[in-house]
Design a protein around this ligand. Structure first.
Ligand SMILES: CC(C)(COP(=O)(O)OP(=O)(O)OC[C@H]1O[C@@H](n2cnc3c(N)ncnc32)[C@H](O)[C@@H]1OP(=O)(O)O)[C@@H](O)C(=O)NCCC(=O)NCCS
Length: 244
């Protein structure tokens, strides 16, 4: 089954992610408006705790199924949906489909050779993005829902220039959440290149969606581009990173 970018979860269907929806935020404009024709996005609903059949579980490999069975109920549901989404996105991107997609180094999903991909699961939906690996380009995906105002994290998340810009544009929680989410996607996109914890202060997100890294160990340089869009209360952020 195929869907567009509507906020309706689809089971194991991937859509070509060539034209990200327009970003409504005046604070973060899209950098990735084009140039990602071979990237695929898939979303799978996460089973409710009272649901016996887990969406996506029938698409898992034997090793993934064992991993899911050994996990606590909530985690099992996220992993099942996340793996189903990643498998569908990778297949759409050209992967043959044989092999396991288990968590690897520092939680980063182990991906088949020749592909990049990323998983996020939040508030009932797992999403995954996948693309063939070209010129070292890697992708990171994050999703968040607005929820309660947690603006008290601003100082931990924003660099001083970002904080000034955020306050100057009204200091609203959803806009802070956009930068938080983009930074989580940065972490996921960069992890294959920089396989360590990266602090929020090590990235600076500009209003045009370009990203400047301030990596404390001097890794890089990398070129990063970010975009984020809202689907009602749900925010989705995508970052691509490549060695400069
Ligand atoms: C790892 C982290 C980004 C996950 O984000 P989250 O909002 O908690 O959870 P999400 O549902 O969006 O993402 C979970 C998925 O992230 C992926 N992930 C976890 N660690 C990862 C890593 N090191 N690299 C890439 N992907 C990773 C996994 O696929 C995971 O799903 P899975 O366990 O089912 O495979 C977050 O918990 C974290 O540690 N953040 C601090 C680091 C950071 O973001 N720094 C900012 C640098 S600019």
């Amino acid at each position: 089954m195929r869907t567009g970018h509507a906020n309706v979860p689809a089971l194991a269907g991937a859509v070509r992610w060539a034209d990200p929806p327009a970003v409504t935020s005046p604070w973060l404009r899209p950098a990735l408006v084009s140039g990602v024709p071979d990237t695929w996005l898939c979303r799978v609903p996460i089973a409710r705790l009272d649901q016996v059949d887990l969406p996506g579980v029938d698409t898992l490999s034997a090793a993934e199924r064992r991993f899911v069975e050994a996990a606590k109920p909530r985690r099992a549901r996220e992993v099942a949906a996340g793996r189903a989404a990643l498998r569908a996105a990778l297949r759409a991107a050209g992967w043959g489909g044989a092999g396991d997609l288990l968590p690897g180094e520092q939680g980063r999903p182990r991906l088949p050779d020749g592909f990049t991909g990323s998983i996020t699961h939040k508030d009932g939906v797992a999403l995954a993005l996948a693309a063939p690996l070209r010129a070292g380009r890697t992708v990171g995906l994050d999703s968040e829902v607005v929820g309660r105002d947690r603006s008290d994290i601003a100082r931990r998340i924003l660099r001083p220039a970002e904080q000034d810009r955020w306050l100057a544009t009204g200091g609203a929680w959803p806009q802070l959440l956009e930068v938080f989410s983009v930074k989580e996607a940065i972490y996921k996109a960069l992890h294959p290149h920089v396989p360590r914890y990266i602090g929020f202060e090590e990235a600076e997100v500009h209003e045009d969606g370009t990203v400047q890294m301030h990596l404390v160990h001097g890794e890089g340089p990398f070129t990063l581009e970010a975009t984020a869009w809202w689907e009602s209360q749900r925010l989705i952020s995508v970052v691509q990173a490549r060695p400069a």
